[in-house]
Design a protein around this ligand. Structure first.
Ligand SMILES: Cc1ncc(COP(=O)(O)O)c(C=O)c1O
Length: 453
């Protein structure tokens, strides 16, 4: 199908062309035919808002895709990328370098939990997860425990779409199409317990004992076969599933007792989403590795990173100086444009005190989202930091349909971008969101949920 040309005067006009057809682009994680029959096309963005190709303003309730924590098109970040592309477009990082990734790694180590002082760069969350899995395997082998090859993930987890991340992930639709996946994986039970914890404000009270699942898996497989446990401190893609109070600290204790690495996948929770640079700091639990992406560059240039504990990195530098430490890397690890974007992003986060905003606004956010309790079909509401989820009862025989309709109506009728994962409406606005905009998000949602049968 063809779409309308951009309206005259739209700033996107000069830099983009209207496609004559939407056919050729095979969109990811999308019902392509449904989307293309009623497309939602964005042309420009600034601060808290997108503008569509037909000139409608859309309030961003999801920071793009959990990425744009500093808001859209921040002039400081735009300028940094613009300058960088005309100065050093690309520099290899295999046996070569440019100053940028070194500066960025130091800056990241400076905001990371104490002890995580080395950084491995990737281009996405999926690559960060697969890189962390390889670091864990090689670490144990270097220490003479090469039999530790098993990974423990968790039901409902999302760790991206590489074969590693998929294999430790726990979302059935992301797994079932792709064969047997990696051998040697097992799974903790997920921590969503609506029966006991529905409408909890902040962390749920019930479920700490679910951490004991790890002891069960250790008893089954023996600790000596397990390399690492991967968890999202808060599962975002599964619909904001929160850790019961004390759960993460308990996992840490068990891992420590058995020599197992603990990895926090902070692709969503990193960079201020829950009120500190990393959720590890908000929860007071330090993992051995943290995987990141998204907010690292405010979504402007693809980049991910693995933050690595000193003790883990040490194992890689015991050989002769001329030996390569780690046989792994990407052509674009530490890409100059991504580094420039990330450095400017970190400046903005610091100068505008954005990491604190999820705490500053936390009570307002919590009150506003929980005010939706009692609306038709709302079976649970969850929140932490500037993350939130409204879980709707599925329509009989049509799981996901109600959530999708709310998402579409919010966009087309309400001018609000939310994210639907099944029948869960997930929210994560840019951290620059103002109180009045939070109120607006929930006014639109209330109206939309009431209008959706
Ligand atoms: C926790 C987590 N890990 C990994 C990923 C994958 O990141 P990417 O899409 O950048 O590969 C995501 C994406 O949402 C995520 O939420």
């Amino acid at each position: 199908m063809s779409i309308e040309p951009y309206p005259p005067g739209d700033p996107a006009d000069a830099s983009q062309q209207a496609p004559s057809s939407l056919d050729a682009f095979w969109m990811p994680f999308t019902a392509n035919r449904q989307f293309k029959s009623q497309p939602r096309l964005l042309a420009s963005a600034s601060g808290m808002h997108y503008r569509t190709v037909d000139g409608r303003e859309i309030l961003d309730g999801t920071a793009g895709l959990w990425c744009c924590n500093a808001g859209h098109s921040h002039p400081r970040i735009v300028e940094a990328v613009r300058t960088q592309v005309g100065t050093l477009d690309f520099a290899p990082t295999f046996q070569m370098g440019s100053p940028l990734p070194f500066v960025l790694a130091e800056r990241l180590a400076g905001i990371a939990p104490a002890g995580l002082d080395h950084v491995f760069f990737t281009n996405s969350g999926s690559e960060s997860v697969d890189s962390a899995m390889k670091i864990a395997l090689a670490y144990h082998r270097l220490r003479g425990e090469g039999q530790r090859t098993r990974f423990i993930g968790r039901e409902k987890a999302y760790h991206g779409v590489g074969f590693g991340g998929m294999s430790i992930g726990g979302l059935p639709n992301n797994r079932k199409w792709f064969g047997p996946l990696l051998p040697g994986t097992d799974y903790l039970r997920h921590t969503l317990d609506i029966e006991r914890n529905a409408f909890s404000r902040g962390l749920p009270a019930h479920g700490l004992q679910l951490a004991e699942d790890l002891e069960r898996l250790i008893a089954l497989h023996d600790a000596s076969t397990i390399a690492a446990v991967f968890v999202e401190p808060i599962s975002g893609s599964a619909g904001v599933v929160l850790p019961p109070a004390g759960y993460l600290a308990r996992l840490r204790e068990i891992c420590d007792r058995h020599g197992i690495l603990l990895v926090f996948d902070e692709v969503i929770t990193g960079f201020g989403r829950v009120g500190k640079a990393f959720a590890a700091q908000r929860f007071g639990v330090t993992p051995d590795l943290i995987t990141t992406a998204k907010g690292l560059t405010n979504g402007t240039v693809p980049m991910g990173a693995v933050l690595v504990a000193h003790s883990v990195h040490e194992a890689f530098v015991q050989g002769p100086p001329a030996a390569i430490d780690f046989f792994h890397g990407y052509t674009y690890s530490g890409h100059p444009l991504a580094c420039a974007a990330a450095l400017a992003t970190l400046d903005v986060y610091a100068e505008e005190d954005l990491f604190e905003r999820a705490i500053l606004l936390g009570d307002h956010w919590q009150d506003a989202i929980h005010a939706l309790r009692g609306l038709p079909h709302v079976v649970d509401i969850r929140n932490f930091g500037l993350m939130g989820a409204i879980e709707l009862e599925p329509r009989p025989g049509a799981a996901g349909a109600r959530g999708y309709e709310v998402f579409e109506r919010c966009f087309h009728e309400g001018g609000l971008l939310v994210r639907a994962t099944g029948d869960v409406i997930a929210l994560s606005p840019p951290l620059i969101v103002e109180r009045a905009q939070i109120d607006r998000i929930f006014e639109i949602l209330e109206r939309t949920i009431r209008a959706t049968a």
